[in-house]
Design a protein around this ligand. Structure first.
Ligand SMILES: Nc1ncnc2c1ncn2[C@@H]1O[C@H](COP(=O)(O)OP(=O)(O)OP(=O)(O)O)[C@@H](O)[C@H]1O
Length: 243
């Protein structure tokens, strides 16, 4: 089964189709690269998948649920780390994670266990009781990721998650994402404009440019088809191709 299936998905703002008849499928249990430069329409697509904005036309299903009629069910089954995620400045990491657990209706025992597990897993312990406003970008991103996986989602949507991370932070982040898919069968939709990130952890990709889908499928097959040695080559070829 596919984790995500969209067909002719379109969102118009001010007379412009910022997502323009986009169709692709995301296989279950893989890290899927959702690639595109600024303004490509990645965030708008993610928002439609979560029911945070509605399509102007077209259809979509996430984990078998319709993105317009069943968005609450989708949000229960998924985790989301938005781009430039703002954490509540006055809360501590532990307070914030308990707050997120409460939104998923976790009982207090389960919430305590899960938060402790994530604090340990992400090495949040040393700063768990500091106000979130005082955390570095890397630390804050770990808290952001912890909230996104708190409900043990079957699907994780990550919007530009490595932007602002240093090389070590980025390496650890990518390792964790790879492990989630490989060891726990979680599907990850990894939206980014960093081609190297896609190349290092994604087998399958969709490439978006100015709202249009340029290509989708297995990265190795797309590279072979376009005789591209790297993700950079592939992307540049597709973007520069006359439409
Ligand atoms: N609520 C909105 N109203 C009007 N235009 C919007 C709205 N949301 C997005 N857009 C426009 O849609 C286009 C696609 O934006 P989107 O944020 O989806 O792209 P993106 O691929 O995520 O890019 P970035 O990496 O820059 O965030 C942009 O031109 C943006 O200005």
């Amino acid at each position: 089964m596919e984790a995500i299936r969209v067909e002719e998905l379109t969102r118009r703002y001010g007379g412009v189709d910022v997502v323009d008849h986009v169709s692709f499928r995301v296989p279950e249990g893989k890290v899927f690269g959702f690639m595109g430069h600024n303004g490509a329409g990645k965030t708008t697509t993610l928002r439609m998948l979560l029911g945070l904005c509605w399509p102007t036309s077209g259809r979509g299903e996430v984990l078998g649920c319709d993105i317009v009629r069943e968005s609450l069910a989708i949000r229960r089954l998924t985790g989301f780390l938005p781009a430039e995620y703002s954490l509540p400045r006055e809360m501590t990491a532990v307070q914030f994670l308990h707050y997120v657990a409460a939104m998923f209706d976790m009982g207090s025992g389960e919430s305590r266990r899960r938060v402790a597990e994530l604090v340990e897993l992400f090495g949040i312990g040393p700063y768990a009781n500091r106000k979130l406003a005082s955390l570095s970008t890397g630390m804050a991103q770990k808290v952001g990721l912890a909230q996104a996986v708190l409900n043990r989602p079957r699907l994780l949507l990550l919007d530009e998650p490595t932007a602002g991370l240093d090389p070590l932070g980025r390496h650890d982040f990518l390792q964790y994402i790879r492990g989630l898919a490989r060891d726990e069968g979680v599907t990850v939709l990894f939206s980014t404009h960093i081609l190297g990130d896609i190349e290092s952890i994604c087998e399958d990709v969709a490439i978006l440019h100015q709202g249009r889908l340029l290509a989708a499928g297995q990265l190795a097959a797309l590279k072979a088809e376009h005789a591209a040695a790297t993700m950079d080559d592939l992307y540049l070829q597709l973007v520069r191709r006359p439409s």
